[in-house]
Design a protein around this ligand. Structure first.
Ligand code: BG6
Ligand code: MG
Length: 211
């Protein structure tokens, strides 16, 4: 493999739970039941598509204005909840994997649906490991469409067949497979069967096996 492309939320950092809490608050404000089970449908999904999915779950329609207001309050609540985020919030094995891959000359990138990705990478102090960061601001078609990862591979000048994608979400594994990448599922048993390789966490990954 010549490159590793990482999803952010739920793969590099434990922010997926913060997204869940923020969406749950939003769903409850609309009178819609929302648990971890329903949240699986939202993992890796863009902000706009997530709210659309919540409305489908509750069979609700709201005005464009209310829709926009909910997006803003969800993001405000989410950002508030991660204001103290720092390197200690990296998920197990992340830093060792990044360092080891870099030493072996593997190109590193991030492919995230989040519009907050660069802000979070800076807080985590890992921005400098990545040659390319494609975030939710840089794609037309969000996951499960492969665009985010295809843009990452293209920016590195590499074919998807020599790139591995690390993902915790069904939408992200689908995106990776659709793009022709090797899909590594991480830390989410729900996606174990969809992925080419499955890891409980990144401490289980051996860079030398794929370098
Ligand atoms: C993804 C998360 O990385 O980004 C989703 O898995 C989130 O839960 C999506 O909804 C969009 O993030 P943001 O930060 O732009 O609202
Ligand atoms: Mg994720």
């Amino acid at each position: 493999m010549k490159a590793f492309l990482f999803d952010l939320d739920g793969v590099l950092v434990s922010t997926e739970h913060n997204h869940f809490l923020a969406w749950q608050r939003c769903a409850h404000s609309l009178g819609i039941a929302f648990t971890e089970k329903e949240n699986e449908l939202l993992k890796g999904v863009s902000r706009v598509d997530s709210l659309k999915k919540i409305l489908v779950l509750g069979a609700k329609t709201i005005s464009t204005e209310e829709f926009e207001d909910l997006l803003i309050s969800k993001n405000d609540f989410y950002l508030e909840s991660i204001q103290d985020l720092n390197q200690s919030n990296l998920l197990p094995g992340v830093l060792d994997l990044l360092k080891s891959a870099k030493t072996k000359g593997i190109h590193l990138g991030v492919g995230s649906s989040s519009k907050n990705a660069n802000f979070i990478l800076d807080k985590l102090q890992i921005r400098s490991y990545f040659e390319v960061v494609i975030d939710g601001n840089g794609v037309k078609d969000p996951k499960p469409h492969p665009e985010v990862f295809l843009n990452g591979a293209r920016a590195l000048g590499l074919d998807p067949s020599v790139c591995m994608v690390f993902e915790d979400a069904a939408s992200g594994i689908a995106a990776a497979k659709a793009g022709g990448f090797t899909a590594v599922g991480v830390g989410n048993p729900h996606i174990a069967n969809m992925a080419d390789i499955y890891l409980n966490d990144l401490t289980e990954f051996r860079v030398e096996q794929y370098a």
